[in-house]
Design a protein around this ligand. Structure first.
Ligand code: IDP
Ligand code: MG
Length: 157
């Protein structure tokens, strides 16, 4: 049986500051992924540490923690078929200089220290990262599609 995946996406502080929230969300929505969770927040010390635990000890780690806490982020969970790899493909690789043209990082960023967007790199990371930022009751995966809603409301009359 085919099942949809969900993945954690963050519009990073530089992109929020530059007014790119809508542009970035739009990319994922127009691809067809469903936004099932969305919030703006300041990343706490504990969240930053948990999110980037795999990078602790690397030379860029202190700067990365400062970056993710340098202003509010927009955290979201999106859902769709192959959404983890699909979203990563749409983001482009970590270094915007090497990202394929047309990807979010190639189109909106110059350097990897400010690469505008985060996306989980596996289904396991996605579930771990979602839990850092969202409670399950903040996710809305069971929404009916528009045509169902229209039929329901027309039938109700
Ligand atoms: P990803 O965001 O493409 O998954 P990761 O290797 O998980 O890339 O690194 C997390 C974030 O840390 C990157 O998005 C980038 O902002 C930053 N970063 C990664 N590698 C470097 C580096 O070599 N120098 C500076 N910043 C880096
Ligand atoms: Mg990563």
């Amino acid at each position: 049986m085919h099942t949809e995946e969900r993945t954690f996406i963050a519009v990073k502080p530089d992109a929020v500051q530059r007014g790119l929230i809508g542009e970035i969300i739009k990319r994922f929505e127009t691809k067809g992924y469903k936004v099932i969770g969305l919030k703006m927040l300041r990343v706490s010390d504990a969240q930053a540490k948990a999110h980037y635990a795999e990078h602790e000890g690397k030379p860029f780690y202190p700067r990365l923690i400062r970056y993710i806490q340098s202003g509010p982020i927009v955290a979201m969970v999106i859902q769709g078929y192959g959404a983890v790899a699909g979203a990563r493909h749409m983001m482009g690789c970590t270094d915007p200089l090497k990202a394929d043209m047309g990807t979010i990082r190639a189109d909106f960023a110059q350097v990897m220290e400010y690469n505008v967007v985060h996306g989980s790199d596996s289904v396991e990371s996605a579930e771990r990262e979602i839990a850092i930022y969202f409670n399950e009751n903040e996710l809305f995966a069971d929404g009916k599609c528009m045509s169902e809603l229209v039929i329901e409301s027309l039938d109700a009359d």
